[in-house]
Design a protein around this ligand. Structure first.
Ligand SMILES: *[C@@H]1O[C@H](CO)[C@@H](O)[C@H](O)[C@H]1NC(C)=O
Ligand SMILES: *[C@@H]1O[C@H](CO)[C@@H](O)[C@H](O)[C@H]1NC(C)=O
Ligand SMILES: *[C@@H]1O[C@H](CO)[C@@H](O)[C@H](O)[C@H]1NC(C)=O
Ligand SMILES: *[C@@H]1O[C@H](CO)[C@@H](O)[C@H](O)[C@H]1NC(C)=O
Ligand SMILES: *[C@@H]1O[C@H](CO)[C@@H](O)[C@H](O)[C@H]1NC(C)=O
Ligand SMILES: *[C@@H]1O[C@H](CO)[C@@H](O)[C@H](O)[C@H]1NC(C)=O
Ligand SMILES: *[C@@H]1O[C@H](CO)[C@@H](O)[C@H](O)[C@H]1NC(C)=O
Ligand SMILES: *[C@@H]1O[C@H](CO)[C@@H](O)[C@H](O)[C@H]1NC(C)=O
Ligand SMILES: *[C@@H]1O[C@H](CO)[C@@H](O)[C@H](O)[C@H]1NC(C)=O
Ligand SMILES: *[C@@H]1O[C@H](CO)[C@@H](O)[C@H](O)[C@H]1NC(C)=O
Ligand SMILES: *[C@@H]1O[C@H](CO)[C@@H](O)[C@H](O)[C@H]1NC(C)=O
Ligand SMILES: *[C@@H]1O[C@H](CO)[C@@H](O)[C@H](O)[C@H]1NC(C)=O
Length: 693
């Protein structure tokens, strides 16, 4: 038997033994339910996956091999198998369609395909998943009607199908969704009447169906919904029907937005709603006079513009401490403008006030025309502007435009993916943020600026983080809706990186809507988790769940068994070879390309963290030189050794192998005129070498 044959046989035996021991070890110890495996394969076969994000869906077992986007229960259920708990496939550019086999994932709680390009209809089989808690299909190209089977999901908390092309009516069966709190179906083509039966929904909190083709009338019975906070139905066509007077009896309502709905009749009296914060009834054909009673002190926004309202402006629009915007423009209001609206502005008023009264029949101002600071009034297009050259008739261009999303210059002091962290008082402490693209779908205000501090508190408390771990300065902008898009950057507390459990805790709180809604900020949507390269390997795999202990034990035992057999066989082979050939298997104590196994006598492999620590985060005060290759810093290692650290700059990075070869070469040079190399770091896309000083 010659040498190569011996090797071939040996390896074959080893491979066979390894595989079989693995199989024996893992058998019946927590594999995914076979029906669910088949269902997942069917789901994948219907999808087009241009980025190959699901490429590991044909390797091994969904739960134990951690298929992308699959989160399993952490132990097997009644049938002895593992089951899929969450399907998280947001933002992967997937197209194709949704397979009916989704209905076979019988213990699923979160079904998330948000922000892809999936077309076709919503499979009615989803209605079989009785455990479903979150149904998240928003931001796709889905069309066809809403299957009435979805109404029989007894545990559904949230249905988000907004921003698709769904047509047809709202099924009456949705009246059975008696645990559902959130109906988010805006920006579709849903038609027909809102079923009055929905007024039986005991848990309904947010009813967002703006930008659809709804018609008919607004069900008066909605006033009986005990938990309803937000009704947002802008841009539908309610055929000239009226706003039910009963809406003035809603006990918890925070926001009523019925802009551009073809509504007629009068403005209902909403003064009895105790915490009402936001009313938008603009761009309808409402007529009659504006109710005189004082609205809730919580009101921030009153928009009745672009209607056919007549009569005078109520003096009761004064003394509202949170009022940011009162718009009555483009109506037929007459009489005089009560200056009490701005004169009586509470001294503790929050932020600025804009009063829009353009294009009415207003003839005078009753009171002072001198505006307090932070108040803007628009009066053009009224008779009172015809003769007198009133300053109020030419206000400066409005100051209330929003901040634009201006890219914040990435500080060049930190390596890519890292930024100066707000958690540190040092001039720049480099850390890798977790970036969450986020949007408030129905905020309870018009101007965000007075609420920025409150938002910081809300968000960090909701995630149990410190206030300074969040940064979104200049990273917010208003979008159509109005919705408020915010780029949230979370920083680890006084360290460079989030550890994987913390990363998972934060991201899963977003993907499972665990952050409580706020009355002021309203419902949020998750647009994407922008995972920097340093974090990519951490998430995307399922959370701590997945592998059961038994399965893990099986794999470990299998692997150990395999390794033992391997070493026995290799030893035997080596022995044989030794006996035949005398000059033996050479002492190739080579330098492997893998950095974890690189060992050079007297040269230490440092982490990036150690390097940053030694140089006070590559502080410019520690810099002692600069060349074409990069910068040289003076640093102090944890053991007190004074070192010079050469940090290659981006353009001059070498391949890993070349870099390590250079390090090895340098380590051999011990000329007395050369300072000797003591270590290196090849991590986070950085190449650093250390010499004694
Ligand atoms: C999908 O794959 C692309 C390309 O590999 C990658 O950039 C992206 O981060 C992946 N997305 C997710 C959500 O994993
Ligand atoms: C498994 O999940 C349950 C409930 O979700 C949890 O209480 C338990 O601590 C988890 N076990 C492990 C080992 O993570
Ligand atoms: C997703 O696809 C669109 C076009 O289909 C492309 O413009 C975009 O860059 C893709 N995004 C990613 C992250 O691959
Ligand atoms: C899993 O789903 C099956 C079928 O719907 C059901 O009988 C079982 O109770 C579920 N188990 C859990 C733990 O939800
Ligand atoms: C699943 O849904 C289909 C269609 O909605 C229905 O015919 C079938 O009986 C359901 N299966 C189970 C197990 O509930
Ligand atoms: C929801 O409806 C089911 C069946 O119709 C009933 O058993 C359950 O008690 C209801 N739950 C609530 C919260 O009303
Ligand atoms: C309001 O408009 C309706 C229909 O357009 C009309 O019948 C009604 O008389 C108007 N009411 C007032 C007060 O102008
Ligand atoms: C309404 O105002 C009161 C008093 O300022 C405050 O306690 C409450 O939280 C406010 N409610 C909302 C929904 O903003
Ligand atoms: C509203 O007023 C405008 C002009 O004042 C008038 O042309 C229009 O017919 C009115 N619309 C309704 C529905 O009354
Ligand atoms: C209020 O308006 C003034 C200008 O009148 C502006 O400088 C300031 O930034 C505004 N503040 C807020 C919180 O909107
Ligand atoms: C105007 O708003 C600013 C904040 O933008 C605030 O600091 C100032 O106190 C306000 N002035 C008045 C008179 O309310
Ligand atoms: C959300 O955060 C809370 C507290 O910060 C934590 O206890 C919980 O496990 C998180 N939820 C998820 C789903 O990670």
């Amino acid at each position: 038997m010659n040498l190569s044959k011996a090797w071939t046989y040996g390896l074959f035996i080893v491979a066979w033994l390894c595989c079989s021991s693995l199989l024996v070890g893992a058998q019946n110890t927590g594999l995914t339910n076979p029906d669910e495996v088949k269902a997942l394969q069917a789901i994948k076969s219907r999808l087009i996956d241009p980025n190959g994000n699901l490429s590991n869906w044909d390797r091994g077992d969904p739960c134990t091999s951690k298929w992308t986007g699959i989160v399993c229960y952490n132990s097997s259920l009644d049938d002895g198998y593992l089951h899929v708990d969450q399907l998280l496939l947001l933002n992967m550019n997937l197209s194709g369609s949704l397979a009916p086999e989704l209905g076979q994932l019988s213990n699923l709680t979160i079904l998330d395909f948000m922000w892809n390009n999936i077309s076709g209809s919503i499979p009615k089989e989803i209605g079989n998943i009785t455990s479903l808690f979150l149904l998240l299909l928003n931001g796709n190209q889905l069309s066809g009607p809403l299957p009435e089977e979805l109404g029989y999901l007894p545990n559904l908390d949230r249905i988000q199908i907004d921003q698709n092309h769904i047509s047809g009516p709202l099924p009456k069966s949705f009246a059975f969704l008696n645990k559902t709190k959130h109906f988010h179906m805006n920006n579709n083509s849903i038609s027909g009447q809102i079923p009055p039966e929905l007024s039986r929904l005991p848990m309904l909190v947010h009813f967002l169906l703006d930008n659809n083709n709804l018609s008919g009338f607004l069900p008066p019975q909605f006033s009986e919904l005990p938990n309803l906070l937000i009704v947002q139905l802008d841009n539908n066509n309610f055929d000239g029907t009226t706003i039910p007077a009963s809406y003035g009896n809603m006990s918890k309502l925070l926001k009523l937005s019925l802009r551009n709905c073809s509504l007629q009749g009068s403005v209902p009296d909403l003064s009895r709603i105790p915490q009402l914060g936001y009313i938008d009834l603009s761009s309808n054909q409402l007529n009659g006079t504006i109710p005189q009673n004082r609205l809730s002190a919580n009101i921030t926004t009153i928009d009745l513009s672009n209607n056919n309202l007549t009569g005078t402006i109520p003096t009761n629009f004064s003394g509202l401490p949170f009022l940011q915007k009162l718009s009555l423009a483009n109506n037929s209001l007459d009489g005089s403008v009560p200056s009490a609206i701005w004169d009586n502005r509470a001294s503790n008023a929050k932020g600025n006030l804009t009063v829009e009264l353009q294009n009415n029949n207003l003839s005078s101002v009753n009171g002072s025309t001198v505006l307090p600071s932070n108040v803007t009034v628009w009066l053009q297009g009224n008779p009172l502007c015809n003769n007198v050259n009133l300053q109020l008739c030419q206000p400066e261009i409005g100051t209330q435009s929003s901040t634009n999303l201006t890219p914040v210059p990435i500080p060049t002091v930190c390596p890519p993916s890292y930024e100066c962290s707000p958690t540190s008082t040092q001039s720049c402490f480099c850390a890798a943020p977790l970036i969450v693209e986020y949007r408030l779908k129905s905020p309870g205000f018009t101007d965000f600026r007075p609420y920025i501090d409150d938002f910081e508190v809300y968000m960090t408390q909701g995630l149990h983080l410190y206030l300074n771990q969040l940064d979104f300065k200049n990273l917010w902008a208003w979008e159509e809706g109005p919705r408020l898009k915010i780029t949230l950057k979370f920083f680890p507390e006084n360290t460079f990186l989030f550890n994987s459990s913390e990363l998972l805790r934060i991201t899963s709180n977003f993907t499972s809507w665990k952050i409580p809604d706020s009355d002021v900020f309203g419902p949020y949507e998750l647009l994407g988790l922008n995972l920097l390269d340093v974090y990519k390997s951490e998430v995307g795999n399922s959370p701590s769940s997945g592998i059961s202990k038994a399965a893990l034990a099986g794999i470990v035992v299998g692997t150990i068994a395999g390794a033992v057999i391997l070493s026995v066989i290799v030893s035997l082979l080596i022995l044989r070879v030794h006996m035949r050939k005398h000059h033996a298997v050479s002492k190739r104590r080579h330098l492997t390309a893998s950095r974890t196994s690189m060992k050079i006598d007297g040269v230490k492999d440092f982490t990036y963290g150690e390097m940053a620590l030694a140089t006070n985060n590559f502080n410019s005060s520690a810099q002692v030189g600069q060349g074409g290759y990069g910068k040289v810093y003076k640093g102090i290692l944890a053991d007190g050794t004074l070192v010079a650290i050469k940090r290659a700059q981006e353009g001059s990075l070498q391949g890993e192998r070349e870099f390590l070869t250079e390090i090895e070469l340098l380590s051999r040079l011990h000329h007395r005129n050369l300072v000797s190399l003591i270590g290196f770091c090849d991590e986070e896309g950085e190449q650093l070498s250390l010499k004694n000083l």
